[in-house]
Design a protein around this ligand. Structure first.
Ligand SMILES: CC(C)(COP(=O)(O)OP(=O)(O)OC[C@H]1O[C@@H](n2cnc3c(N)ncnc32)[C@H](O)[C@@H]1OP(=O)(O)O)[C@@H](O)C(=O)NCCC(=O)NCCS
Length: 119
């Protein structure tokens, strides 16, 4: 059976770049932004397993940023559900530009009660 997956298409904007995010000083897609995109798509894929009072939070990430992307570039972010436990969801994710992998990651999310995460 094919692994469950989901993808999103993004266009790199100036606010996505290291210069603005302050994770570097170049106008290239920042590592935190590409990670945020991977988390966004993984959280969307996880939604089908949740009750109304539940959400997921990211607890672990291991990411390789392999090639740059520039303002205006189209980036496709795809995530695969590799393993689902009772509370733990393990994803692999990749970001590609023109079918070339520019970042890849392993990401773990945990299902939590929304109440646990409000002050
Ligand atoms: C999510 C959180 C409540 C989990 O707490 P916890 O006491 O570890 O909870 P549990 O022990 O029930 O863990 C649930 C599962 O996740 C796994 N897990 C938790 N943290 C992990 C990590 N960093 N890496 C790998 N697995 C992890 C546990 O091993 C357990 O797996 P199992 O079900 O196979 O045994 C806690 O780690 C937390 O609050 N983290 C902060 C998350 C956050 O704020 N993220 C940013 C917002 S999105």
């Amino acid at each position: 059976m094919e692994r469950q997956n989901l993808y999103a298409k993004k266009i790199v904007r100036p606010e996505d770049c290291a210069l603005t995010v302050k994770s570097g000083n170049l106008e290239v897609l920042s590592t935190p932004t590409v990670l945020a995109w991977m988390e966004e798509v993984s959280a969307d894929l996880a939604r089908q397993f949740l009750n109304d009072n539940e959400t997921t939070v990211g607890v672990h990430v291991e990411l390789d940023h392999l090639a740059p992307a520039f303002v205006g570039d189209n980036v496709e972010v795809k995530t695969f559900l590799e393993k689902r436990g009772k509370k733990k969801l393990i994803f692999s994710a990749e970001a590609t530009k023109n079918d070339v992998v520019i970042a890849k990651a392993t990401h773990i999310r945990v299902i939590v009660n929304k109440g646990m995460f409000s002050k």
